[in-house]
Design a protein around this ligand. Structure first.
Ligand SMILES: [Ca+2]
Ligand SMILES: [Ca+2]
Length: 251
C-alpha cells in the first residue's frame, strides 16, 4: 500500500528553490513519498588564481683586470649557475672548457648557465672590462668566470662556482685569479699552435695531447729560455695571479 502525502512545504529565505522527492519505506505496509520544496543555499567555490609576483632582477657587475705583461685575455665567459663546476683542479676538463682554453670559444660554457654574459672583447695587458649579468629572483647562484691567455696553448684564468648567496645589494667581492692549465693540449709554445697575436696559430683542436686533468699552470717556456722553436719571449711569461676579479651586486 502506497500512501502519498504532501508534507511540509518549506520556504527558506535563501537562494534556490528545488523540489525534492523523498521516498522512505517506513515499514512493510507504508511507503511515504514526501514532496517538499526546500531552498538550498548553493555555495560555489571559485578558485581565484594567486597573483603572480613581479620578477625581481638580481644583477651583478663583474670587473676583470688583466695583470699580465703580454698575455691578452680572450672575451670572458661570465656564468651564473645553480650548482656544479665549470672547472676543478684535478678533474677531467669538459669539451666546453677545452674549447675555451685552446681557442677562446665560450659558447659551450655560456650555455651551462641559468644566465650568462660574454665579454665584449679582448682585455689587453693592464686593461679591464666590466661585464654585467642579470638573473631574476635568484640570489644564491654560483658565479664562474673563464678567459683564455691567448699566447698559450691552453692556459686560462678564472673563477669557479663562487657562492653569491651572502652578497647583498651594494656588496663587492674582490680576489685575484690564478692561471690554470686545461690539461688538453701540450704546452709546446711552438709556432702554429697558439691562437694569440704572438703566434696566430691554431685554436681549438679536438685531440687531447696533455695530462687530461686541470691543474695550476706550470708557466710557459720561451725562446729566451732557450726553447728554440718557441715563438714566445720572456714578456709572455706570467706568474700567478693573472687577473683581478671584482664582483658587485648592483640590484
Ligand atoms: Ca696544457
Ligand atoms: Ca685539444
Amino acid at each position: 500500500m502506497i500512501k502519498r502525502l504532501k508534507l511540509n512545504k518549506m520556504r527558506l529565505a535563501l537562494l534556490v528553490g528545488l523540489p525534492v522527492l523523498l521516498s522512505a519505506c517506513i515499514d512493510d505496509e507504508v511507503e511515504v513519498e514526501v514532496i517538499r520544496e526546500v531552498e538550498v543555499e548553493v555555495i560555489v567555490e571559485v578558485e581565484v588564481p594567486a597573483p603572480v609576483p613581479t620578477p625581481v632582477d638580481v644583477s651583478y657587475e663583474v670587473t676583470l683586470t688583466n695583470l699580465t705583461n703580454s698575455q691578452p685575455l680572450s672575451p670572458a665567459a661570465v656564468v651564473l649557475h645553480a650548482d656544479g663546476h665549470l672547472f676543478s683542479v684535478g678533474e677531467v676538463p669538459s669539451v666546453a672548457l677545452e674549447q675555451m682554453a685552446e681557442g677562446a670559444m665560450t659558447a659551450g660554457l655560456l650555455a651551462l648557465g641559468m644566465a650568462s654574459a660574454s665579454g665584449a672583447g679582448v682585455i689587453g695587458p693592464g686593461g679591464s672590462e666590466t661585464i654585467s649579468v642579470t638573473i631574476q629572483d635568484v640570489t644564491d647562484a654560483k658565479l664562474s668566470v673563464t678567459t683564455m691567455l691567448v699566447n698559450t696553448n691552453d692556459a686560462f684564468s678564472g673563477l669557479d662556482a663562487l657562492d653569491l648567496s651572502t652578497l647583498a645589494v651594494g656588496d663587492s667581492w674582490t680576489a685575484t685569479a690564478n692561471v690554470y692549465d686545461a690539461g688538453t693540449e701540450v704546452n709546446s709554445e711552438a709556432a702554429g699552435t697558439m691562437p694569440g697575436p704572438a703566434d696566430g696559430g691554431e685554436g681549438f683542436n679536438a685531440t687531447r695531447t696533455d695530462t687530461g686533468f686541470v691543474s695550476m699552470h706550470p708557466g710557459v717556456v720561451t725562446g729566451d729560455d732557450g726553447l728554440t722553436n718557441s715563438v714566445l719571449t720572456v714578456q709572455h711569461k706570467f706568474d700567478n695571479p693573472a687577473m683581478r676579479i671584482m664582483v658587485t651586486r648592483i640590484e
